[in-house]
Design a binder for this molecule. Sequence first.
Ligand SMILES: *Cc1c(COP(=O)(O)O)cnc(C)c1O
Length: 396
Amino acid sequence: MTQSYDFSTDAIRSGYQRTEEGENSEAIFATSSFVFENAAQAADRFTNNAPGNVYSRFTNPTVRAFERRLAALEGGEACVATSSGMAAIMACCVALLEPGDHVVASSGLFGSTLQFFKKYLTRMGNPVDFAKIDQPSDWQSKINSRTRLLFVETPSNPLTQLADVKALASIAHENNAILVVDNCFCTPALQRPLELGADIVIHSATKFIDGQGRCVGGAVVGDSKRVGENVYGFLRTAGPTMSAFNAWVFLKGLETLEIRMQRHCQSAGEIAHWLQAHPAVDQVYYPGLTDHPQHQLCLEQQSDFGGVVSFEVKGAKEQAWSVIDNTRMLSITANLGDAKSTITHPATTTHGRLSDSDRAEAGITPSLLRVAVGLESVADIKRDLSRGLDLILSDR
Ligand SMILES: *Cc1c(COP(=O)(O)O)cnc(C)c1O
């Protein structure tokens, strides 16, 4: 893989080695194990003295093609594919942290990530503190002599606050720690954290990489030592492995990622501006709006503004729920990154298990809605949201 292509080309052509069958589309290697020419070759492969396939927990050609392609798109030396986004976060933490190492993470993380940090990572001997995503000084103040890992998701869900990745990378490196960025919301089509100084990128491939809501999967991308040896070594032993079929779906997803992200962003931008002008809407959260507090930072570190728009309707929970219940097309689900637009009421779903005060601190109000804008006609999405929004006006 010495030839270097542009992003769009790598997304379609990199990472795969065509077999002697001459297939144009990548093959699914649905086999759990691989056979050897003779006993000596088996011995060499098992002891890592010779490259080659052994067993699909840690060597599968379809999975490897997905890993190489995603590594190329993120600009990383190595990628390890995992059975889910959460498995990627677990593998990264377990493989890279020593007992006693301290973690600082952004508050307002994906719910299961937050649970994993609070309930399990802490129990494994890795205390976690939380910092305000948009305030590097707050991260600095949470660091102690045992801090080895900073973890951030940017933009945040659902309020689309950004972390300054360059600033957090400097803070991490000045303190002998690494910066891990969950790049699920942007994908490498919009943001490449490794180029901004981050050490590791995490993906939930379940979202935009799949792009059509079919499979669950994840990935860790980074350098050949931490990811290629340490995370890979953990995966080989502990086995949170991606299946060949799922890898194939994600491989195909990457081929159309850039063009899909362009459409997600364009439609989300149109919806955000339309909502901002709607009399039933109080506040819109979208980094593409010039009054977003980090609009400028977004222009610097992302190539576009993303596909997720959150907004507060005039009123409270009742009005927010009425917007949801008056949709006929949008999917009422918390998933995102799908061709199908989805609508969620964060306060009673993704953030429903938080205490009232934690929820208020996270800025999740009862009137907040989140729309992950899909690939349908923008006019149809607006019409679907209009029914509930117009009712709010007529009820007043
Ligand atoms: C969905 C998601 C995850 C977890 O991924 P799974 O594939 O569901 O395990 C992690 N981080 C973010 C930001 C997500 O949206």
